[in-house]
Write a protein that binds this ligand. Structure first.
Ligand code: ATP
Length: 234
């Protein structure tokens, strides 16, 4: 349901993503793993319309979206959890969550989703009236995910959700990702932490210097020698 066709993205004259073609089916968690600077964030930013590709196409549910605005892309059902959280520090937890729903007019459904997120993230529920800048890093990451879910997306793009989290919080994050998927949403993760990403995913791709170096079932990739040496460190 999300397909990149010959996608190339530049920053000025520097190429960040080079002729990437890949498709991920709906309904599952999938991932793109790769090291620093491989182009993972650029791919997500291009899908969500924050960066325009130099060439190629992005198809969502069969329709090209690469020329749409970020707002129109959210309306199509794609929400982005950016790297480094980016919550609104001077707003409360609840206000941050409500901002995620700013394009929705179905007040009753928004209220229902807010309640559901509070039950999904009890730590956020307890801190509903607290300012976002007083949350721990892990709580802010949960809030950024909760805010994306408030847009009622079909596909959630997550940029390095495990970054900077303690092992306990990484495990909690993995549970949240499974839960989101169980609710019928597709998830596309990009991660340097290959272990976590592959254990959560159905399909995976390895991105190296802007190109797809390998792709296949995540379970099989865990046993791939190149992946183990380069990305898992064993
Ligand atoms: P990381 O895991 O370190 O975030 P990444 O795989 O997400 O890495 P990108 O952030 O997509 O990689 O970066 C891909 C390449 O594009 C890098 O060489 C980076 O320096 C370059 N790049 C990213 N953003 C910009 C920008 N705003 N201006 C110029 N170059 C950029």
């Amino acid at each position: 349901m999300i397909e990149l066709r010959n996608l190339t993205v530049h920053y000025g004259r520097a190429i960040a993503v080079s002729d990437v073609s890949i498709a991920f089916a709906s309904g599952s968690v999938n991932c793109i793993i790769g090291s620093n600077g491989a182009g993972k964030s650029t791919i997500l930013r291009t899908i969500s319309g924050l960066k325009k590709p130099s060439s190629g196409e992005i198809l969502f549910e069969g329709e090209p979206i690469q020329n749409l605005s970020p707002k129109a892309i959210v309306e199509r059902g794609i929400a982005h959890v950016p790297e480094g959280r980016h919550v609104f520090p001077e707003l409360t937890v609840e206000e941050n969550l409500k901002i995620g729903a700013y394009l929705r007019s179905d007040a009753a459904a928004v209220k229902r989703d807010l309640d559901q997120i509070c039950s999904m993230f009890p730590r956020l529920a307890e801190r509903r009236r607290q300012y976002a800048n007083t949350l721990s890093g892990g709580e802010q990451q949960m809030l950024a995910i909760g805010r994306a879910i408030m847009a009622a997306p079909k596909l959630v793009l997550m940029d390095e959700p495990s970054m900077g989290l303690s092992p306990v919080m990484v495990a909690a994050m993995a549970d949240v990702i499974r839960m989101i998927n169980k609710e019928g949403k597709s998830v596309l993760l990009v991660e340097q932490n290959a272990n976590v990403a592959l254990s959560l995913s159905e399909e995976a791709a390895v991105l190296e210097q802007g190109r797809i170096a390998l792709r296949g079932k995540a379970a099989a990739m865990m046993d791939d020698e190149h992946v183990r040496i380069a990305y898992i460190g064993v």
